[in-house]
Design a protein around this ligand. Structure first.
Ligand SMILES: [Zn+2]
Length: 421
């Protein structure tokens, strides 16, 4: 996951809320405390705490099976086995690699998905052995998102142990492709094909702490390659220069004016090209990341970026009275933005559940699996897994599981609340 915590509930102004017709969700702000009066739900919430050692063991077991980008299958197989062991039904893996399991309710709808992501940012061969000292766990991906995956299992186990029944169905999912160039391919497949039109609400458990992410920052990523004939720096002088064109484009991008609200950003992250100081390069490239919490702003920025690149090419060609310089712009990532009003029922439900468990409230914006459903208008939130963490996306990632059961309890109560009509 990728998150910033500077958006607080007080600053979230009215944005068109997703409408939801159902009755229980209209009482969303009380739902948490009402459910806590149900003996079975209460028992499940208690079990999520007393079963914490098992959750930690699961977290370690999952994390010690590597899951590099685009190579999540081995961890996915283990996860399917673990989901089956909790007693869930219809456990399967879809064509993208998402692992899916069901806990049928009285009816098929609402269908709430509780998910975490299988993939990590670490390449094959990374040492994934987890080092443990009491509640402190250290290893690549241990918090992001092995804890989320373990929480999903813990919720299923607690619901089954306590015999909780729900009006709607709960679908448990381990997704692929959440990180980086995975480009949300798991949730894209889940919503567009595997469970198309069959998901009513979506929860992703991703990140440490107890925050709730309900603003999805969209991103668009590009690799731009300039090409020319190349030549000797002295002998061929006068030939179009891809490195110079790259410089022209970067100078334009560096001067972009972007709105503060919605926060909109641009970055040229990597550049390269050429072979020698005394050669006119035959190619030069850059990787560019554009972000915004708002689709209109993101589209406008993309248009400005494409214009800058094309203008740079035209200027370099004009400079040398040539047409030999060419450019290709390849899209390497597209995560749609989406946002919910703080008055949206799913956000109110998340607040009521946190209150019912006496947990602090904090809101943030981020780029997670929830981006995709939010962009489709399907209510979705990303909740933190509990515990505390540091060093995410490094091999020294640390997760302190002290009191992490609070996150498990909240995930459980939120899932049950969203499985109400
Ligand atoms: Zn993550």
């Amino acid at each position: 996951m990728n998150r910033t915590g500077h958006a607080h509930i007080a600053t979230i102004t009215a944005i068109a809320a997703l409408s939801i017709s159902a009755s229980a969700q209209q009482r969303a702000s009380d739902l948490g405390s009402i459910l806590m009066q149900t003996p079975a739900v209460r028992a499940a919430v208690d079990f999520a705490r007393t079963d914490e050692m098992r959750t930690i063991e699961d977290q370690i077991r999952i994390c010690e099976v590597e899951a590099p980008p685009f190579q999540e299958a081995k961890r996915g197989e283990l996860y399917a086995t673990m989901l089956r062991e909790t007693g869930l039904k219809n456990v399967r893996t879809d064509a993208e690699g998402n692992v899916i399991a069901e806990r049928p309710g009285a009816g098929a709808r609402p269908n709430v998905v509780l998910s975490a992501h299988l993939d990590t940012v670490f390449p094959r061969g990374t040492n994934v052995k987890v080092r443990r000292s009491g509640y402190v766990l250290r290893g690549p991906g241990i918090g992001d998102d092995c804890r989320g995956l373990a929480d999903v299992l813990a919720v299923a186990r607690a619901l089954n142990k306590a015999g909780v029944t729900t009006p709607g169905t709960i679908t448990f999912v381990g997704t692929v492709g959440e990180e980086g160039l995975g480009d949300l391919r798991g949730v894209k497949r889940l919503f567009n094909e595997t469970l198309k039109d069959r998901i009513d609400r979506f929860i992703s458990i991703d990140g440490e702490g107890l925050g709730v992410t309900h603003i999805a920052i969209g991103s668009a990523r590009f690799r731009v390659t300039f090409k020319g004939p190349g030549g000797h720096s002295f002998g061929s002088f006068g030939v179009v220069n891809p490195v110079h064109a790259l410089g022209r484009a970067m100078a334009k991008i560096a001067d972009f004016q972007v709105p503060n609200s919605p926060r909109t950003t641009f970055n040229v992250g990597r550049i390269g090209g050429g072979t020698s100081v005394n050669a006119i390069a035959s190619d030069a490239w850059m990787e560019v990341d554009l972000r915004s919490g708002d689709m209109t702003s993101l589209r406008a920025l993309e248009k400005q970026f494409r214009q800058a690149v094309n203008d740079a090419v035209a200027q370099e060609n004009t400079r040398w009275n040539s047409s030999a310089l060419t450019v290709t712009i390849e899209t390497v990532g597209m995560r749609p933005p989406g946002r919910l009003s703080s008055a949206a029922p799913i956000v109110q439900t998340a607040i009521s559940v946190s209150r019912a468990l006496s947990l602090p409230l904090s809101f943030s914006e981020g780029s997670t699996d929830a981006n995709l459903p939010l962009s489709l208008g399907i209510p979705a939130v990303t909740i933190d897994a509990g515990g505390r963490g540091s060093g995410a996306h490094t091999e020294n990632e640390t997760y302190d599981a002290t009191d992490a059961w609070k996150g498990t309890q909240r995930a459980l109560l939120l899932t049950v609340a969203l499985a109400q009509p």
